[in-house]
Design a protein around this ligand. Structure first.
Ligand SMILES: NC(=O)C1=CN([C@@H]2O[C@H](COP(=O)(O)OP(=O)(O)OC[C@H]3O[C@@H](n4cnc5c(N)ncnc54)[C@H](O)[C@@H]3O)[C@@H](O)[C@H]2O)C=CC1
Ligand SMILES: O=C([O-])CC(=O)C(=O)O
Length: 328
């Protein structure tokens, strides 16, 4: 049965992730094959023309589910009535820029976008922040949307999760579908912790099927530094794989995780696993009835504890820095 249309806002629509993302949304892969889509594209004024070009190509695909495309440089217009907000556009770090400068520049983007979501988004709005630093940008947007339940703001670590699945599958010569319960903990940054101690491969604990040296010295750094390796190889950051992960994140959020498995997402901490309440940190999560829930009760050994703490401490530092800048 055909459902009511869902309005999806994509910021940074003329960027490289936007170009890889919009066609997949319009073809029905974000929500499902029965849900019509209304697209809203938000760009800065200089990039509106390029977004219009992408919209022309979207028209030329004649996607049966695509009901409309609106392009704007005004955040209030972009988020008015939106059900799904994909915050992709962000200020990249440029040469000589300190972390504080980057956080401040992004505050100038994510604060007004949070306010615009608060002012006009649909009651069921779900927000995924992709633009880096994703966790802290999500925290900034969420802080400026007091009328939206905090758990509707999430940050993307699904790309890290998918990278970890592929690395492990290749190591053990298994299919990615043989792997369950993998977790990315912490920040979407080089401090993230991909956890194999709870992951299962064909029902057996993954960490017990690989050498400890491979886990500590190859697997973890390969996953954590994959973004930089792609930039080095491609001369540009991950785009199609990032778009793919955004599709996966929202699809899972709306449609749920399979029984006996979980995924990873940056969600607002409820204090679980010693992560300070309110931080947007990556956790093992299930999705049911359109809600993410942090998987509870996992035993965390010393090896994992140290690594989770290091990444969470970085998030605390980022939160304190944006607090000092008056951004939250
Ligand atoms: N969380 C994750 O796993 C990943 C995150 N990223 C991040 O995603 C972001 C986007 O990446 P790309 O598409 O490759 O960058 P890009 O530079 O190709 O595109 C970004 C677009 O955002 C637009 N933009 C800038 N400020 C805006 C604003 N205030 N409102 C609306 N649009 C705005 C720009 O005009 C540009 O078209 C970057 O911050 C990147 O670091 C990239 C890969 C993975
Ligand atoms: O590192 C970057 O700038 C892009 C990114 O977030 C990733 O590929 O994970």
């Amino acid at each position: 049965m055909t459902q009511a249309p869902v309005t999806v806002t994509v910021t940074g629509a003329a960027g490289q992730i936007g170009y890889a993302l919009l066609f997949r949304i319009a073809s029905g892969q974000l929500i499902g094959p029965d849900t019509p889509i209304k697209l809203r594209l938000l760009e800065i004024p200089q990039a509106v023309k390029a977004a219009e070009g992408t919209a022309m190509e979207l028209d030329d695909c004649a996607f049966p589910l695509l009901r409309s495309i609106d392009i704007t440089d005004d955040a209030r217009t972009a988020f008015n009535g939106t059900n799904i907000a994909l915050l992709v556009g962000a200020r990249p770090r440029t040469k000589g820029m300190e972390r504080g400068d980057l956080l401040e520049a992004n505050g100038g983007i994510f604060k007004p976008q949070g306010e615009a979501i608060n002012a006009g988004a649909a009651d069921d709005v779900r927000v995924l922040v992709v633009g880096n630093p994703a966790n802290t940008n999500a925290l900034i947007a969420q802080a400026h949307a007091p009328d939206v339940p905090a758990e509707r703001f999430t940050a993307m670590t699904r790309l890290d999760h998918n990278r970890a699945l592929s690395q492990l599958a290749q190591k053990l010569t298994v299919s990615v579908t043989d792997i369950k319960k993998l977790t990315i903990w912490g920040n979407h940054s080089a401090t993230q912790y991909p956890d194999l101690f709870h992951a299962e491969v064909n029902g057996k604990i993954a960490a017990e099927q690989v050498e400890q040296a491979w886990l500590a010295e190859e697997f973890i750094p390969t996953v954590a530094k994959r973004g930089a390796a792609i930039i080095e190889a491609r001369g540009a950051s991950s785009a199609a794989s990032a778009a793919n992960a955004a599709i996966d994140h929202v699809h899972t959020w709306v449609n749920g995780t399979p029984e006996g498995d979980w995924t990873s997402a940056g969600v607002v901490s409820d204090g679980s696993y010693g992560v300070p309440e309110g931080l947007i940190s990556s956790f093992p999560v299930t999705a049911r009835d359109g809600k993410f829930e942090i998987v509870q009760g996992l035993e965390i050994d010393e090896f994992s504890r140290e690594r989770i703490d290091a990444s969470v401490n970085e998030l605390v530092e980022e939160r304190d820095a944006v607090r000092d800048l008056g951004l939250i």
